[in-house]
Design a protein around this ligand. Structure first.
Ligand SMILES: [Zn+2]
Length: 187
């Protein structure tokens, strides 16, 4: 789906340039999925496209980590015609709350907006497996992992995006003298 990134740019969810991140690192790009997902029509379009990539895994339920995975998980669930539930942190541990349950018959896909290291995906997979369900796959709108997320289930994303971060002292964009902006501010 080649128009995913143009949808992101249109919504101000993806900026390219030279950014100072809250971590102090510099980056050539800034991504904020919430800005594209704030438009329900875009969320629906992305959810449908992601659902098509996962349909062959025959999932019976979508599980997302809150908050980032919530909206896209809901849209993927809608497109697949299955439940969409979420796990949230309780004393630092990701947990199913609110009466959400999974059974041994459930085939779970984990849905997130962005996968970077795969850490939160793996954590969400543990939630599903601890509940006795089978994790059949994982999906995200954006794959920022550069193919390094290494999950033990099929992982499918709508688009792979490389947004490298740099130590300020070794930032090639600083070396070029490119003006730096803080994400969220108008450059
Ligand atoms: Zn820099």
């Amino acid at each position: 789906m080649s128009d995913v990134l143009s949808l992101f740019r249109q919504s101000g969810a993806l900026h390219e340039g030279h950014f100072k991140l809250s971590s102090g690192l510099h980056s050539s790009g800034y991504l904020q999925c919430a800005l594209v997902l704030q438009h329900p029509a875009h969320a629906e379009t992305l959810g449908r496209a992601l659902a098509e990539k996962l349909r062959d895994l025959n999932p019976t339920v979508v599980l997302s980590p809150a908050l980032g995975g919530l909206i896209i998980g809901h849209e993927v669930g809608r497109a697949l015609g299955v439940r969409a539930i979420f796990a949230e942190r309780q004393e630092k541990t990701l947990t199913l709350r609110r009466g959400f349950s999974l059974s041994a018959d459930d085939r779970v896909v984990i849905i997130e907006d962005v996968v970077t290291t795969g850490g939160s995906t793996r954590e969400t997979m543990v939630v599903a497996r601890d509940a006795g369900a089978t994790v059949v796959g994982a999906g995200s709108i954006i794959d920022r992992s550069g193919g390094t997320s290494s999950l033990d289930v099929p992982f499918r994303a709508l688009v792979a995006l490389s947004l490298p971060t740099y130590d300020p002292a070794a930032c090639p964009l600083c070396a070029e003298g490119k003006p730096i902006t803080k994400p969220g501010s108008r450059g």
